[in-house]
Design a protein around this ligand. Sequence first.
Ligand code: PLP
Length: 396
Amino acid sequence: AQHLSQAMGRIEPSQTTAMTDRATQLREEGRDIISLSVGEPDLPTPPHVIAAITEALAKGDTRYTPVGGTSAMKRAAALHFTRDLGIAASPTGITVSAGGKQAIFHALCATIDPGDEVVIPAPWWVSYPQIARFAGATVVPLPTTPETAFRFTAAELEAAITPRTRWLLLNSPGNPTGAVFPADELLAIAGVLDRHPQVLVMSDDIYAPLRYSGAPHATLAALRPDLSNRVLTVSGVSKSHAMTGLRIGVATGPEWLIRAMEKLQSHSSGNPASISQAGAVAALEGPQDFLSDWREIFRKRRDLVCKRIAAIPGLSTPVPDGAFYCLIDAAPLIGGRLADDTVLTLHLLEHGVATVAASAFGGDHCGLAGFRISFAASEDTLTKAMDRIEAAVKAL
Ligand code: PLP
């Protein structure tokens, strides 16, 4: 008989998948659909990364590696954490997994007992609450709004913490909001954490190179090294180096946690793909100067999209400080024909643009109704998409 675990009963299928399925169906019917629903850079994977993978294959680098990554990979990750994030990381405090997602999955599963609480700022990345619930935790949303550029205050965090709080999940720059926490606000957050020593912190810095304000990247483990026994910093090459399909993520944190994550990984996927590790070493040790060119490409796209959205009645968005997403508030359009923001995204799809409803990111916890677009597409594509969104709103 069919039987699914209680853990499976606690998670939901991804709403982004439902949108992708509908978009695919329309395309098969011959419709021209622009997809702004995906979370990956459209730019090509750098040629030196491809060359390193090809070379690794040619020399027969196709065997098991150590579960938590090769020593070359861990050294490259240590270089990345130190050089790019300002975290004094050593290879023993690092583990490598199949994407940042797997590091987060293993970290939460390794530390959560039933009834533990995980504080997640909302709007959130779709997988955070699902992973936390799968692990047995109760999700405690920490709502934010566009008025504060989707950043919460230390006082709001203090109010969300209870004796059962096990984790705070921090994501800066953030998906889906583009929110970036400046150093002074992170220090205020650390002040709250000082009063609650039972709370671990996940700092998901996977979008770190994509910041538009010019301020240096701020991250908790660099600002407050004395918290290092309870901060796990997750990063990777998926978003920064256009390597989403290669599945490499890196994490650094206290050794007790890193070893537990590797223990779990040793029984789940085993080592991350050997040739992908070779590519990631090349990505992290090779030239980094193209990253600033890429950032400028994304900045122009962001400006284009924000300008167009601001001119469409009923839509608004704060200008995102990082990552490649805009979370657009469309609350004035909801009601009547558009019962909720999922119906709005279906309406936009009928006009040829695939987006994702804000409710998929916990926007409903924040009184937000709208949709997320990814601006990881060419300026021509984005212009066409904005024309269609404008026409779709006019047609209401
Ligand atoms: N963290 C955030 C905030 C993300 O948006 C994503 C990908 O969408 C990930 C982690 C996972 O990235 P990876 O592809 O490396 O697993």
